[in-house]
Design a protein around this ligand. Structure first.
Ligand code: ADP
Ligand code: MG
Length: 570
């Protein structure tokens, strides 16, 4: 079971939680259960009441308040509210010109809201209903049930809330609501069904590599199961289907990217960007791109797109202020597409590199080694961290290879790539090391000056420690770098034959030794004792670097170096 819901009265408990989060705005009525706003616009003459099964939050309760709904009747998860809830809510909030019911088109909702409406009329309360049936996937067919109501409800409730605040009467609001629905269509896709609260299992099974196209917000299967498309193609296909179903016209389109519960903000924003492009490429003019989870299907992994072809007077209703728990973005896009160019880049200043850039051989050798070790480094970082170290290191090296050239030496290219472009903890730390090492010449034929190299390595170590704060023994890359810098310094002072091999050997031993240390810095420190026996991936990266230097400058001596693969495999 992945849900965290109380076993008794989950819906009423959540209603109380919403009211506690918005004191003074929302009040819960128990038995029958409904929520109402305690604050509404003075000019409003019609109360807006909605509701439906729970599990779609923030719909509808998120729209309670000035500029939105007067009352909401939540049913149990995916089940219609009882007509008694609706009747009581309407009786409590009805205004002089009565009540407008906003009902998503599902049989249970239609019947219960319908019975409540009959009872209210019997009581002498004026009532009208707007039926939301925006789901394109249920268009056509030969049933009498019609299209389902889904995420266009949010658009409808926002626009009607603003118009009701302006004092519009019941007939006008009902007619406006009908036009908004008629000019709105939605389409949903899912990669994984929601978890059933009853069984704890996904409500339906989807083969990996497939998507449910035209899925419903209660786990109703889609109109078809399709092979997984790249998301840009998927958005284009959905946009084509939706635009074909909207009334034709040149009016601007409001575009909602709705998460179905388990789709992240990162995904929804990216989909919004793709949707903007898909719309403009088809000659549609987006008024606003609105990403967020508005109408969920519990924790379904999927999203829906809703397009509303806006009448010009509706724009002001969309941007009108509201005081509801759900805050919808009210900014609109410039009509001429000027907002498409929201992305700017900073051009890298041309810098003069050293007179004779060098280090290409070192970079090539290091790049080869890192490519060969990427999977080992990934595996180690999965054990003690988050698994990205292999890609961080390889990504930086690849960037450096592409920068290396007539004006930028190999070590300098590494420094720039790692300092500027590589993320993670290790990226910029390696960048500092390469930056110090790049002050030395790394000839492609001949040998570098060991003394200067040792000073540069020591300066790199000092910079890494200043920024990262790690000491020897903390199980980080410092445990390979510190002994390597020491060994290089000692070998340079002694005039040893193979100073880089000595440094590489020290780095390898240091890296191997981290397996016996409990990490005290970085992400690995969170796993504590469980990191015992696992060598630190960053330290292994440093050993790869010094081994590459030894391979290039002291190929004979380097043949006797420890096998880093065996260290990685511990
Ligand atoms: P992140 O934890 O941000 O994903 P990376 O995966 O890029 O970082 O790098 C992990 C490596 O960073 C570790 O293996 C360790 O060698 C090194 N590291 C972490 N913290 C420090 C620190 N404070 N000082 C030096 N190196 C560190
Ligand atoms: Mg990591």
């Amino acid at each position: 079971m992945t849900h965290f819901l109380p076993s008794t009265e989950p819906v009423a408990t959540a209603a109380r939680g919403l009211a506690l989060a918005h004191p003074g705005l929302i009040e819960v009525h128990r038995d029958p259960l409904f929520l109402r706003t305690r604050s509404s616009a003075p000019g409003r003459t019609v109360a807006l009441v909605s509701g439906g099964g729970s599990g779609h939050e923030p719909l509808h309760t998120g729209l309670l308040g000035p500029g939105g709904l007067d009352a909401v009747c939540p049913g149990e998860v995916f089940a219609s509210p009882h007509n008694r809830q609706i009747h009581a809510a309407c009786t409590a909030v009805a205004k002089d010109d009565g009540v407008l019911l906003i009902v998503k088109n599902y049989t249970g909702d239609v019947i219960n809201f319908g019975i409540a409406a009959e009872r209210l009329r019997h009581d002498g309360v004026p009532v009208a209903t707007v039926l939301v049936d925006d789901d394109l996937a249920t268009d056509g067919g030969d049933t009498a049930t019609g299209r389902r109501g889904t995420a266009a409800t949010v658009v409808l409730e926002k626009l009607l809330g603003a118009r009701a605040d302006q004092g519009a009467g019941l007939g006008e609001l009902a007619e406006l609501g009908g036009r908004i629905v008629a000019r709105s269509r939605s389409l949903a896709v899912a990669a994984r069904a929601q978890t059933s609260p009853a069984t704890g299992e996904p409500a339906f099974a989807l083969d990996p590599g497939t998507l449910e196209y035209g899925v419903g917000i209660h786990g109703e299967r889609g109109t078809g199961t399709i092979g997984r498309l790249p998301v840009d193609e998927l958005v284009e296909r959905m946009t084509d289907d939706l635009l074909a179903a909207l009334p034709a016209g040149r009016e601007r389109v409001l575009a909602v990217v709705n998460g179905l519960g388990a789709t992240t903000g990162l995904e929804l924003h990216a989909i919004g960007s793709l949707l903007y492009d898909a719309l403009t490429a088809r000659g549609a003019d987006p008024l606003a791109i609105v990403p967020g989870t508005f109408t969920a299907a519990l924790d379904m992994a999927g999203f829906s797109l809703t397009l509303t072809r806006m009448e010009p007077e509706w724009v002001g209703l969309w941007t009108a202020p509201a005081d509801t728990p759900l805050v919808l973005p009210s900014r609109t896009l410039a009509a001429d597409g000027a907002d498409a160019a929201v992305v700017r880049t900073t051009a890298e200043p041309e810098q003069d590199g050293p007179a004779a850039p060098s280090g290409g051989a070192v970079l090539d050798r290091f790049s080869e080694a890192v490519s060969g070790f990427r999977d080992d480094l990934t595996a180690l970082d999965q054990l003690v961290g988050d698994g990205d170290f292999g890609d961080n290191l390889l990504g930086g090296v690849r960037r450096a290879v592409s920068r290396n050239g007539a004006r930028v030496g190999g070590m300098e290219a590494l420094a720039r790539a790692f300092l500027d472009d590589v993320g993670g903890t290790s990226g910029p730390l390696f960048g500092l090391l390469f930056q110090r090492l790049s002050t030395v010449s790394w000839p492609d034929d001949g040998a570098p000056d060991a003394g200067s190299a040792a000073e540069a390595a020591a300066a790199g170590l000092a910079a890494v420690q200043r920024v990262g704060g790690a000491e020897v023994g903390d199980s980080t890359l410092v445990d390979a770098l510190a002994p390597a810098a020491d060994a290089l310094g000692a070998a340079a002072r002694d005039g040893a034959d193979a100073p880089f091999t000595a440094a590489a050997e020290a780095a390898a031993r240091g890296a191997a030794g981290t397996a016996d240390l409990a990490p005290r810095r970085g992400r690995a420190s969170y796993v504590g004792e469980r990191a015992m026996g696992v060598p630190d991936p960053g330290a292994l990266g440093v050993a790869l670097l010094f081994t590459a230097l030894a391979d290039v400058y002291e190929p004979e001596a380097a043949t006797g170096l420890p096998d880093l693969r065996r260290i990685a495999a511990r």
